[in-house]
Structure formats: C-alpha cells, structure tokens
Design a binder for this molecule. Structure first.
Ligand code: FES
Length: 163
C-alpha cells in the first residue's frame, strides 16, 4: 500500500470507536434505569381493569341441581357467588367473598352454614349474617329469581369485599 491510496481527510478511527462506546454506555444506562423504574411505576399505578360490567341477570344453574340442603359457588360477572337452598329460607344468593379477608366461602353441608375455609368464619344461609368467627359483617345478598326451573342471579345488594 502506498501513501497515495490512503485518504488524509477521513476522521480518525479512534474517534468513531469512542463515540460508539459512549453511545453504547448511554443506552445501557437508560435501559437499566427503565428496567428498574417501569415495573415500579406499573406496580404503584396499575392500569385500570376494564370490567365487562353488569349485563343483566345471569342463569347460573337449574333449580333441580341445587336441592334443599345444598349450596354451590358459581361465577357471576367475574365474581364468586354462593347459591344455597335451605328448608328455612329457600334459594338464596350471596357474595362468596368472605368479609373478613376475602377468602372464597363454601357450603358446609354437615353444619348447614356458609363457611370460610381460612379462619372458620361462618354465615347464616338464610340471611348471610355472621354466625361465628372473625368476619366483621354479613355476606351481601344478590338479586335472585327462578324462572322455568332455572336460577338467575342479578346485581349485588350490598358492598362486595374488595370491590
Ligand atoms: S377470610 Fe373468612 S374468616 Fe378470615
């Protein structure tokens, strides 16, 4: 290679390499800071969940599937609802979210009560009132109707735990 083939007016290669390394370090710092703060911001200000909203009564079961002395938990508008059928009160629907700390309650067939599995909170299946345990208030009831042998659940009639 002779001197006539080497251009003298090009910028030195070290200048380009230094600039590239600065750019690389700068983007690494920005990516690291964003990687730390974006999840923190997402945790502190979560995006609002868009619920489907109330769309009318939901058919949850056939009446024949919930004979007297039984109960079952069904989903209604993304929330658990317990349907119970008792000799004293007939068919009722309550929020299945315990008013103590939010565990999902279930039917205790042996004791004929709605029971929370977490701290043994118990609720009256006719009124939803607290029978025993730490829950501070009754389970809120839901609108309920029976048509053509089918059970329909509508809106909650009280404040649902956590809602
Ligand atoms: S969450 Fe139900 S009794 Fe504690």
């Amino acid at each position: 290679m002779n001197a006539s083939t080497q251009p003298h007016d090009l910028p030195p290669i070290t200048s380009t390499r230094r600039g590239f390394i600065k750019w690389l370090l700068g983007t690494s710092v920005v990516a690291t800071v964003a990687g730390v703060f974006v999840p923190v911001i997402g945790y502190l200000w979560p995006p609002a969940r868009k619920g489907r909203g109330y769309s009318g009564p939901t058919m949850v079961a056939a009446l024949a599937d919930i004979p007297v002395g039984t109960g079952t938990v069904v989903p209604v508008d993304d929330k658990p609802v317990i349907i119970v059928n008792t000799a004293a009160g007939g068919v009722k629907a309550f929020s299945a979210i315990c008013t103590h700390l939010g565990c999902v309650v279930d039917w205790n067939k042996g004791k004929n009560v709605i029971q929370s599995p977490c701290h043994d909170g118990r609720f009256n299946p006719v009124t939803g009132d607290v029978v025993s345990g730490p829950p501070p208030r009754a389970l809120p009831a839901y609108e309920l109707s029976v048509k053509d042998g089918k059970i329909y659940v509508g809106k909650p009639l009280g404040q649902i735990y956590g809602a």
